[in-house]
Design a protein around this ligand. Structure first.
Ligand SMILES: Cc1ncc(COP(=O)(O)O)c(C=O)c1O
Length: 356
């Protein structure tokens, strides 16, 4: 179905932020948004409209039972002047897996990608050009049926908003410090951990606040049954280099299937590294950090692509990794991935979807 485009009038166009290089994450939004409504068992007309607030009934299911899902992806301005998406069909597939888990209607994958492309073409002046910057894309679905009483909503909004973002690492590509959760868990087997749904994140906020007060911006979550195995970080998957082998927690139903993680696994193999998806026992890992067998750690996610980890904090004790320096393998994988995303390196995998 064709997307109807209802452009902003000149008066509705917003003033763009002056310094695209120092943008805070997710605070500025472009001139337009995509919107499609679901009612009576089917999706209605897809449309691009001026960015605007919604008027929603306070009884809408999303406000009471958290029936909502979202995605996070980026468009990059490349050196040759094109604007690129990174593996958008992977996001479309994950969005639909989340929809199925949360009892919501799926969206045609082609339409999902087309909507993003058309929206970006219209708002292309908002794609920052400076090194390290990008346009963050947030496809979202919310339950809008105005009826309380626990049931799956019969009405939904699927919408997409765009936000120009500055470099993730303001002070350069530097190691981060991570707090290992000791009070709460993020997701349990059979729960919704694998879906990108708001409740998974809301439940992590209180321990993340505790971590922040102690100077840690991210929390590493452990498994919910034994609190023994490493799972993932707040908005990142995680990997450790132990005895020259890259280890990352296996996808066991509670961890988000990260697209960066999937890409790094492929890249690492092709670059000749040993990489294994496995259970990672925290106690053993902390010993391996202390005795020098664990030489590197890094997070993997859309926001930061690859972020080196220089320290873990667990139950009052700190564990420094590689003297808080960026490891060779982390740097290598970062350079390769960012190189492909920004068009500086050839995309032999076909991961880049050119918009313009
Ligand atoms: C909980 C969680 N884990 C991992 C990731 C990394 O996923 P991706 O690489 O697809 O951004 C994200 C980010 O979306 C996340 O929110």
């Amino acid at each position: 179905m064709d997307i109807i485009i209802n452009k902003c009038t000149p008066e509705q166009l917003k003033e763009k932020p002056k310094d695209m290089h120092h943008l805070p994450f997710g605070r500025f939004f472009t001139d337009h948004m995509f919107l499609m409504k679901y009612q009576d068992g089917e999706w209605g007309q897809p449309q691009i409209i001026p960015y605007q607030p919604f008027t929603l009934d306070p009884a809408c299911a999303v406000f009471h039972y958290g029936q909502e899902i979202f995605e996070g992806m980026k468009a990059f301005y490349s050196q040759n002047g094109s604007i690129n998406l990174f593996r958008p069909y992977e996001n479309a597939k994950r969005f639909n897996r989340s929809a199925e888990r949360m009892c919501m209607p799926t969206v045609d994958e082609e339409l999902f990608v087309k909507a993003i492309k058309e929206l970006i073409i219209l708002d292309k002046e908002w794609v920052p050009k400076e090194k390290g910057t990008s346009l963050y894309i947030r496809p979202t679905m919310i339950a809008t049926e105005p009826a309380i009483g626990l049931h799956s909503s019969a009405e939904f909004y699927f919408y997409i908003i765009l936000s120009p973002v500055g470099p993730y690492f303001k002070a350069g590509f530097n190691p981060t410090k991570i707090y290992v959760a000791s009070q709460h868990i993020r997701a349990a087997p059979g729960g919704t951990g694998e879906a990108k749904t708001g409740g998974n994140y809301a439940g992590t906020l209180s321990e993340t606040e505790i971590a922040k007060k102690q100077g840690y911006s991210q929390v590493l979550w452990l498994d919910s049954i034994e609190r023994k195995y490493v799972e993932e970080v707040g908005t990142n998957n995680i990997a450790f280099v132990v005895n020259e082998e890259i280890l990352t927690p296996e996808l066991d139903g509670t961890i988000l299937h990260g697209i960066t993680r999937k890409s790094v696994i492929q890249l690492a193999k092709d670059l000749g590294y040993k990489i294994k998806e496995t259970k990672i026992e925290l106690r053993k890992l902390l010993e391996q950090i202390e005795n020098g067998e664990c030489t590197e750690a890094f997070g993997m996610g859309t926001a930061a692509s690859i972020s080196p980890v220089g320290e873990l904090f667990y139950k009052g004790k700190t564990y420094q990794i590689n003297n808080f320096e960026i490891g060779k393998i982390t740097q290598h994988l970062y350079d390769e991935l960012i190189g492909i995303q920004t068009g500086e390196k050839p995309d032999k995998y076909g991961w880049i979807e050119k918009i313009i």
